[in-house]
Ligand binder design. Structure first.
Ligand SMILES: *Cc1c(COP(=O)(O)O)cnc(C)c1O
Length: 457
């Protein structure tokens, strides 16, 4: 095996002081969120009914490139950051590739994923505002876990609406959240109007993220001193996640490496936005031409087969409209195992970057994803989250292509989390019963037909 450094750690003193806002360097900005009733851009005042004040300010700020990370947030970051940039030497060896493959590992905390990076920031702003409660949704459970941890840290009561199929499939995830003091409700529930309506319309439904969002927003509006926090998609979340990319860029610099390709999995788009942020900045400023690849599941292909259009963010249509690559808010993907990648749309920032061809996208089927996950576990040792394994799959495919063509590249991918709560999915792969269903064009048309008609009244 090559005798080169395996892990690159930054010192604590190198932990970023500020988040980087890609929007500041975009000539054409992402489209604004719209009020669904008036189709006018939403105002800060409207958003502040649902979201924390400072988060709204960050959401709407398209101009400030660097936003300081508050000291209490940096203190919390220090418990698990800077996270390591790891050279996948054993995997490279197994593949026989001439490439150098690096991964930024974000699973090194109890929540098991990158989601803690934004959870702690949002919980801090909620506390600063004097709130007592926060509400949220969770699909696979990682965001709910991260926010439960962050809420415990700042003494906030956390109410989590968990997509019912995950609630039933992942009882241990639920217990982690409860251990951190959160109240966890399966969604759709009967305790909100949105939940009752969805239950009545689709009896026996196992829920969706869009539906859980509707419930959590409604709950935030009904509680006396609460706001709703969201774990992905929004500009503010992408901003907080830039800590991943800033550390990655600093570590690569230490190694004297320039990435040729950066690869990340894309659900709502937060980890990918974060990982690529400084590299996108360089591309936008004409300083780099590295490739950036978003990887999505073939079962929920919002970039590769979706439409770039204004859409609802949630099932009950209570949230603002966002312009994004989307499959339609009514689209319910087949029971794919990568729970964190099942959202119908992709963050407006990433959608705009994709439309401008700054980033590219590919989709991969479930069985090939778990093949890659298994190879990664057996070589690099870490049991990856199924979501992360989408990026692993694409990185391996890239390395194999290079091996064939004799090209030598530096590949960087995001290992967003660990898969200890996803063993049902691993079991179905090991048993050979994994489902590779991909939506037909007809299935997708149904989703597109439900896109909002954008005619002003
Ligand atoms: C939530 C999650 C994702 C996908 O969410 P993004 O917002 O697209 O980053 C990916 N990996 C893990 C481990 C997750 O928990």
């Amino acid at each position: 095996m090559k005798n080169e450094p395996y892990k690159t750690y930054l010192d604590e003193s190198e932990l970023p002081q500020a988040w980087y806002n890609m929007r500041a360097d975009m000539k054409k900005k992402p489209a604004p969120l719209l009020n669904p009733a008036t189709l006018e851009p939403v105002t800060a005042a409207e958003l502040e009914r649902v979201f924390c004040k400072e988060c709204v300010r960050q959401e709407l700020d398209n101009d400030t490139a660097y936003i300081p990370i508050p000291e209490p947030v940096r203190e919390f970051y220090r418990m698990y950051r800077p996270s390591p940039l790891v050279r996948a030497l054993v995997l490279e060896n197994a593949l026989g590739t001439p490439d150098r493959i690096y991964y930024k590992f974000e699973g090194n905390n109890t929540s098991g994923s990158h989601k803690l990076n934004s959870a702690i920031a949002q919980a801090y702003y909620a506390k600063e505002q004097g709130l007592s409660d926060v509400t949220t949704e969770t699909g696979a459970g990682q965001w709910g876990t991260a926010l439960s941890m962050a809420s415990a840290f700042f003494g906030l009561k956390c109410h989590v609406y968990m997509v019912k199929c995950s609630y039933e499939q992942k009882p241990f995830r639920r217990e982690v959240m409860r251990t951190y003091g959160a109240e966890v409700t399966p969604s759709p529930s009967m305790s909100t109007e949105a939940g009752r309506r969805i239950n009545a319309e689709f009896p026996g439904t196992t829920g969706s993220l869009g539906c859980a969002i509707s419930e959590a927003v409604e709950a935030a509006l009904k509680l006396p001193n609460a706001r709703y926090l969201l774990g992905s998609v929004l500009n503010q979340v992408c901003l907080h996640q830039s800590v991943i990319g800033l550390e990655t860029a600093a570590a690569l610099e230490k190694l004297g490496e320039k990435p040729d390709v950066i690869i990340g999995c894309a659900g709502g788009g937060s980890n990918l936005s974060g990982l690529i942020a400084p590299f996108v900045g360089r591309k936008l400023r004409g300083e780099s031409d590295c490739r950036i690849v978003a990887v999505e599941p073939a079962s929920c292909p919002s970039l590769t087969r979706g439409r770039y259009a204004y859409d609802f963010c949630d099932t009950a249509k209570v949230c603002p409209l966002a312009k994004m690559y989307t499959l339609g808010s009514g689209f319910i993907p087949s029971a794919s195992h990568a729970g964190g990648l099942r959202y119908h749309g992709l963050s407006p920032v990433l959608s705009e970057l994709y439309d401008q061809k700054i980033i590219e996208a590919t989709s991969v089927g479930q069985t090939r994803v778990f093949e890659a996950a298994t190879l990664f576990a057996r070589t690099e040792g870490t049991l990856p989250a199924p979501e992360s394994a989408h990026a692993i799959r694409a990185a391996i495919d890239e390395a194999l292509r290079c091996k064939e063509s004799g090209k030598e590249e530096t590949i960087v991918f995001g290992l967003t989390g660990t898969g200890y709560f996803d063993l049902k999915a691993y079991a179905s792969y090991n048993d050979g019963t994994m489902d590779d269903t991909v939506p037909s064009d007809e299935d997708l048309e149904k989703g597109f037909a439900a896109l909002p008609k954008m005619e002003k009244a």
